[in-house]
Ligand binder design. Structure first.
Ligand SMILES: [Zn+2]
Length: 327
């Protein structure tokens, strides 16, 4: 591999598609972003992603050596087919990512779950650099994750391990996007927190300016709650605290299962900062097996919304199949 070898990394999400030309030092040379318009369905989103790659390559004299794809759902690590996904992109299941892009661009393609890719990105270039045992959670509309154990991404038989958002924290709990109930995502996903605020407001007959603002723009609900809580709004603080405590119960299991030395939290909901992460950490420390004696830190992710595309691109120059992170 020459130093000038370059790749495309692309992160196909339910809201946005971000693609970048990435060099083998993990630097993004050029980056483009578009709306996913995911309501148009899987085939349209795949076409848009493919066109964005073409546009990116055409923007410079780039001779790319491969394309790394990060996207929602569970992706077969060999075939690059989406074999399971929540309906964030309708009809995404069955999408043949690897075949589609290999036949158009004639280069090697690897695809993986977006949260796993973000874990690889943070492990190689971000908050997890040099750490052999860490867990990454990305909390946005959905909740995803990736686990590094002994320097390797835990992948599972189909490469589908790490679905932290669907760890059940209440077996009689709220219905989840995945068809099950009581999953972590049903308590700490961005949309869910906003909906919970409206539910509590209805129950308590609360009709404040904040509640009306959330009702008229649910997708900004978490951000609105965060601003209100920072300005001393008790209701907003309580809603966020509740979500944080549920997150904490999820962390208890992760600490017990994996004994990480680092937990990295990214995604838009993580921008609530201590309002969310404070209560989460209190619960996690109080209830994990070693009762707070673990030498473990909780930190925010460093690569923002480029973690997934960087991680996916880096799969192309990985010589071993198991995504080891050089410590
Ligand atoms: Zn679920």
């Amino acid at each position: 591999m020459s130093k000038s070898t370059i790749y495309v990394g692309i992160d196909i999400g339910g809201t946005k598609i971000a693609a970048g030309i990435v060099n083998s030092q993990g630097e993004i040379v050029h980056r483009l972003e578009r709306s996913s318009n995911s309501a148009e369905g899987g085939p349209a989103v795949m076409q848009r992603a493919s066109d964005l790659i073409a546009e990116l390559i055409a923007s410079g004299p780039y001779d790319i050596s491969g394309i790394g794809v990060a996207t929602g759902g569970q992706i077969h690590s060999e075939t690059g087919v989406v074999f399971s996904a929540t309906p964030i992109i309708p009809g995404w299941v069955g999408t043949r990512i690897k075949d589609t892009l290999e036949s158009r661009f004639g280069v090697r393609v690897r695809a993986m779950n977006d949260a796993s890719a973000a874990a690889v990105g943070e492990g190689r270039f971000g908050a997890g650099r040099g750490v052999s045992d860490f867990v990454l959670l990305t909390i946005g509309t959905g909740v995803g994750g990736g686990v590094f154990s002994d320097g390797h991404l835990v992948q599972g038989a189909l490469g589908a391990a790490g679905a932290i958002g669907h760890m059940v924290i209440d077996c009689d709990g709220r219905p989840c996007n995945c068809g099950s109930r009581g999953c972590l995502e049903a308590y700490t996903g961005g949309r869910v927190i906003a909906n919970r605020a409206l539910e509590l407001a209805d129950e308590g007959g609360l009709d404040t300016e904040l509640v009306r603002a959330i009702r008229s723009d649910i997708s900004s609900g978490t951000k609105l709650l965060g601003h209100a809580a920072e300005s001393g709004d008790q209701f907003a603080s309580e809603v966020i605290r509740e979500a944080g405590e549920y997150l904490g119960w999820g962390l208890v299991s992760l600490l017990n299962l994996f004994n990480p030395s680092l937990i990295i939290i990214g995604g838009s909901v993580a921008e609530l900062g201590d309002l969310l992460l404070g209560p989460a950490w209190e619960v996690a420390r109080a209830h994990s097996l070693r009762k707070g004696k673990d030498p473990v830190r909780l930190v925010r992710a460093q690569l923002g919304n480029s973690a997934g595309l960087l991680g996916a691109a880096s799969l192309l120059w990985s010589t071993n199949a198991d995504y080891a992170c050089p410590a």
